[in-house]
Design a protein around this ligand. Structure first.
Ligand code: PHE
Length: 452
């Protein structure tokens, strides 16, 4: 990075946690977790997912923040600085590819969220039957222009925030809105667990049925852990580079992982009772949240206001995640290719928009946009979450464990002795052996190289 590029930084400890949690908490928790859990049998999936968060997610997260903060660079530049002339910068390249793919399908679903915000404002849920809620979703998807319109609008909004820069954009919003989102989900949970038939939904989510675990379930759980924590593609290397030297990385990591996981589980607690109460299939796929939650709003006192708040906050949560993904691309464009921030944002958004529109069309309008039985939307989702992120995570932990340097690592985690970092020996053991082995085994098992 040339000296003349001025880097922003997060203003406070709470700001670091809020911004990082803002990246982690998003559609991944409220849209993707319930639908993937629903497709993969519920309880057993949840257990695997939690295991991966602890054994793999936490160490990868901490490794990324360490690399970012110690180098003060974007992922690509960070590896070039740490290992000049070697191929490690490919982690950065993979991350940028993943960023494009994720933001493409993410903006599509964020677009659906905007449509549902619009529906909430115009009071389209109150008193509606489950059938009419389903047909509302289908009518929306069958429209030629509505899904595309909202996707493009969402991209414009996220582009403007990234354009405005780090301190002014990201930190300010997340600090206020994250806590409100949590309160709202708690209220939804209370309504959901008092629905008739709620127990069946809770059993689905919390009672593991191990006969439902297949090789694909294990990979999906790993991919979801990476996706939800925003790890494996350099988002947290980029965010780490904005963290001040005297912040406690271990604490921030733990706080963010706990918040992220709780919100995913709480989203499940709102959704699965509704799935069973309203006769919707838990394996409804990406549509699941949009078919279930409006039913709760339709039947609850003050549903109008709750729906309004909920979809507003979901939009904001999606926004704080997308901007963290976009930031990876923009930091690379500005710092490595010396393109201005405005141009970089525009270029990235155009590319993502193009891919996003195609993936949206592949769902309902142009099913030909598919390979081996998966539509483009599903392909982008699968390759990014289940292949690129775990692969990136694998390389990142290997790098931190074996090449970064033990003393430097300890210094970074303890802020040079300012904090104790008493977890260091466990962390080192996990990044050296447990995490890389676990990721490698899951990946090899999924491509059929080994069989459990
Ligand atoms: N973690 C975000 C979410 O759950 C999505 C995301 C993935 C963000 C990868 C950054 C990087 O919505």
């Amino acid at each position: 990075m040339p000296e003349n590029v001025k880097r922003g930084s997060f203003g406070s400890k709470f700001g670091v946690i809020a911004a990082t949690a803002g990246s982690a908490v998003g559609l991944g928790n409220i849209w993707r977790f319930p639908y993937i859990a629903g497709e993969n049998g519920g309880g057993a999936f949840l257990l695997l997912y939690l295991g991966f968060i602890i054994l793999i997610g936490l160490p990868v997260m901490l490794s990324e923040l360490t690399i970012g903060r110690s180098t003060q660079r974007n992922p690509f530049g960070a590896f070039r600085l740490l290992r000049p002339g070697q191929k490690w910068f490919w982690i950065g390249v993979m991350g940028i590819a993943a960023a494009f793919m994720i933001n493409a399908f993410y903006s599509v679903v964020a677009g659906w969220t905007l449509e549902y915000l619009f529906k909430a404002i115009t009071n389209q849920f109150t008193g509606e039957s489950p059938e009419s809620i389903i047909s509302q979703f289908n009518d929306f998807q069958n429209s030629n222009w509505r899904p595309l319109f909202w996707t493009v609008l969402f991209l414009c909004i996220s582009g403007s925030v990234v354009w405005a820069g780090i301190e002014k954009g990201i930190e300010k919003y997340t600090k206020i809105l994250m806590p409100v989102l949590i309160v709202l989900i708690v209220i939804l949970d209370i309504r959901a667990i008092t629905l008739p038939g709620a127990a069946e939904g809770l059993r689905f989510l919390f009672e593991p049925d191990f006969s439902k675990i297949k090789a694909s379930t294990v990979l999906e759980a790993l991919g979801q852990a990476f996706f939800s924590l925003s790890i494996g593609m350099g988002t947290l290397i980029t965010y780490g580079s904005y963290i001040k030297k005297n912040e406690n990385l271990g604490m921030s990591t733990a706080a963010v992982a706990i918040i992220d996981t709780l919100i995913a589980i709480m989203a499940g607690v709102a959704i699965f009772p509704a799935v069973f109460a309203f006769g919707i299939s838990p394996a409804s796929g990406p549509d699941l949240v949009f078919l279930t939650l409006p039913n709760i709003f339709a039947q609850m006192k003050g549903g109008y206001i709750f729906a309004l708040f909920f979809f507003t906050l979901l939009t904001v949560a999606a926004l704080t995640s997308t901007i963290s993904i976009l930031e990876v691309v923009v930091a690379y464009f500005t710092e490595e290719l010396h393109i201005t921030r405005g141009r970089a944002t525009l270029l990235a958004s155009l590319g993502i928009g193009f891919l996003g529109i195609l993936s949206s069309l592949s769902l309902y309008h142009i099913p030909e946009l598919s390979i081996v039985g998966r539509n483009l939307f599903g392909i982008l989702e699968f390759i990014s979450s289940n292949v690129l992120l775990p692969l990136g995570g694998l390389l990142i932990v290997i790098f931190v464990a074996w090449l970064f340097g033990k003393t430097k690592l300890k210094g970074e985690l303890s802020s040079n002795g300012l904090f104790k970092a008493s977890y260091f020996p466990i962390f080192l053991f996990i990044v050296r052996y447990v995490a890389p082995l676990a990721i490698a085994l899951v990946l090899m098992n999924s491509v059929g190289l080994i069989k459990f």
